[in-house]
Ligand binder design. Sequence first.
Ligand code: ADP
Ligand code: MG
Length: 273
Amino acid sequence: SGGLVMALNGQPRVELAASDREVVIEVEELTKTFGPVPVLNGIDLKIRRSEVVCIIGPSGSGKSTLLRCLAFLDPYTGGRVSIEGQLLGYKQQGERRLMQGHRELAKVRRNVGMVFQHFNLWPHMTALENVALALRVTRKLKADQAEREAREALSKVGLGDKAGNYPSQLSGGQQQRVAIARALAMKPHVILFDEPTSALDPELVGEVLGVMRQLAVEGMTMAIVTHEMGFAAQMADTVVFMDRGVILEQGSPDEIFKNPRNDRLKQFLDTWR
Ligand code: ADP
Ligand code: MG
């Protein structure tokens, strides 16, 4: 999405150069252990406004754990994660200390949307109810306002006519688009995607990537864990290669895919060609 001309309020404008844009997520020296097992071993990463960051790497390298720490679904062990300048969570100077009250934390987290591999829709609720529920619970909207905004979000992902369908009446691709609508409806400042197309039949991958491409073009800030190298090559501003809990290389798609320097990255890419 870098260098695009976007229309805001009908006014065309040229995006700032990526390096001049505001940092939305800042990760510094992030570590995470499960019991004694280190999973993230010192991650440094900046994600700027309207940037699309694709995270690639072998299974077990800590990609999901990283996203979960960014959304504070899991508390991290060391280092810092800041969202729009606000420190997320706990821990300073080796001492577990609440940096934010729960209410403050909830407010920051609300700006971070998340889309998972498994869509996690409620089976007994329609697409509309799934999206509206999230709005009533998290943004405390009244039922009619929640429904209006839920319809809007469903239209945005091309499912305006499926609002009354239950998940079982939707394809996997459509269910994932409902999950994206649910995230979008919260009006997040950034959306984290964890292998959003990995559970889908190949013929359904395109429609989900299409929605994500649309969001990128509109300037949504996104971090996407994906094995879709074609998508990453085409849509990412920055590609991040993780292995064993560290970032071994990051750069533009050209740098990562055409001119990889790290041996493990080269090896990893070979298995995807
Ligand atoms: P990826 O998403 O890159 O496949 P994960 O972040 O899921 O990697 O996992 C990284 C490592 O952390 C793996 O070795 C995994 O077994 C371990 N791990 C992930 N979640 C937990 C957990 N809740 N408890 C213990 N170990 C975990
Ligand atoms: Mg994972």
